[in-house]
Ligand binder design. Structure first.
Ligand code: BJW
Ligand code: ZN
Length: 240
C-alpha cells in the first residue's frame, strides 16, 4: 500500500492549504514565494512568510486522517507514506515509513551548503536567520519551484508507486510535479488508486475510486470499510 498526501490532509488540523482562497498570503501566491528567485531577491519577505506559517503550524495537532494512516501502517507489511507536506504532522502522529518529498519547515540549511538539516522550532527566529557555523544566510530546508527533490526521497516514492497494489491520494490538487505523476505511475502498473478530496482534480477522471469528503471523515471510514470487507472475505474463505 502506498499513500500520497498533500496539504488537504492537514486542513482539518488548521494548516492552510496552498491553492484556493485560503492559500493566499498578503496577496502573494505560493508560486511567487516558494522559489529560489524570490529568496534571492528578498530573503526577509520569504522568511516572514515561513515564520508566519511556522507560527500557524506550531500549535496544530494531527487529525483523524493522520492517525488512521498510522493505524494502516501497522496492518500492512509493505506501507509507504509519501507526503508533499512540510508541516511534520505525519511524523508527530507516529508514521514511520515516511517520505517527505518537499522537505520540512522545522529544518534549516545553510545557503553556502556548509550545514544542512538542523532543526529549529523556536518561534522567536531572528529574521532572516543565519548559519551558526559560517554566518551565511540560512534557508528553510524545503523544496522550492525549479529545485530538484531530495534524490533518495524521490527514488523511494517512485519505487513505492511502481510496486504498490493500492494507492490512496489524499488532499492534493495534483498539479505540482513530479509528485503529481506518482498516482499515474501506480495506475500504469495496475494499482487500484483511490482519491480522497472534497473537490475534483485532474486525477479524478482517471482514478478507480473517488471519495468526495474531507480526509478526517473519509479516511477513518474508508479504513473501517476495508477492515470489515477483509473480515467478511476471511469469514467466507473459512466457510469454504
Ligand atoms: C482537502 C481538504 C480536506 C482541502 N481533506 N482534501 C512550468 C514552469 C516552471 C516549472 C514547471 C512548469 N511545469 C512544471 C514545472 C515544475 C514545477 C511544477 O510542478 N509546477 C507546477 C505548479 C506547474 N515543479 C517543480 O519545480 C519541482 N521541481 C522540479 O520539477 O525539479 C525539476 C525541474 C528543475 C528546473 C525546472 C523544471 C523542473 C519542485 C516543486 C516544489 C513544490 N514546493 C512547494 C513548496 C514547499 C515548501 C513550502 O511549503 O513552502 O510544495 S509548492 C506547494 O505545492 C508545496 C506543496 O507540497 C505543493 C503541492 O500542493 P498540495 O499539497 O497539492 O496543496 P494544494 O493547496 O494545491 O491542494 C490542496 C488540496 O486539498 C485541494 O485539492 C483541496 O481540494 C484539498 N482539500 N481541504 C482533503 N479537508
Ligand atoms: Zn554555513
Amino acid at each position: 500500500m502506498a499513500v500520497l498526501t498533500g496539504a488537504g490532509v492537514s486542513a482539518e488540523s488548521g494548516v492552510p492549504t496552498f491553492r484556493g482562497e485560503d492559500g493566499l498570503w498578503r496577496n502573494y501566491r505560493a508560486e511567487d514565494l516558494a522559489t529560489p528567485y524570490a529568496f534571492r531577491r528578498d530573503p526577509e519577505l520569504v522568511w516572514e512568510w515561513y515564520n508566519w506559517r511556522r507560527g500557524l503550524i506550531g500549535p496544530c495537532k494531527p487529525n483523524a486522517a493522520h492517525h488512521t494512516l498510522v493505524e494502516m501502517e501497522s496492518r500492512f507489511e509493505d506501507f509507504t507514506l509519501i507526503t508533499q507536506n512540510v508541516d511534520g504532522l505525519h511524523r508527530l502522529a507516529g508514521s514511520r515509513n515516511l517520505v517527505e518529498l518537499h522537505g520540512n519547515i522545522w529544518r534549516m540549511r545553510c545557503t553556502q551548503g556548509c550545514r544542512s538539516g538542523w532543526e529549529d522550532r523556536s518561534d522567536t527566529l531572528e529574521i532572516p536567520p543565519h548559519c551558526p557555523d559560517c554566518g551565511a544566510l540560512a534557508r528553510p530546508d524545503v523544496v522550492w519551484f525549479g529545485e530538484s527533490l531530495p534524490a533518495r526521497a524521490l527514488e523511494e516514492a517512485f519505487a513505492a508507486a511502481g510496486h504498490c497494489q493500492v494507492m490512496l491520494v489524499v488532499g492534493t490538487s495534483a498539479v505540482v510535479q513530479p509528485a503529481a505523476s506518482l498516482p499515474l505511475v501506480a495506475l500504469q502498473r495496475g494499482a487500484y488508486v483511490v482519491e480522497v478530496n472534497p473537490h475534483p482534480t485532474q486525477l479524478s477522471e482517471v482514478v478507480d475510486e473517488v471519495v468526495r469528503e474531507p480526509a478526517a471523515v473519509a479516511l477513518p471510514r474508508w479504513w473501517q470499510d476495508w477492515l470489515a470487507e477483509g473480515n467478511r472475505q476471511a469469514g467466507l474463505a473459512k466457510r469454504g
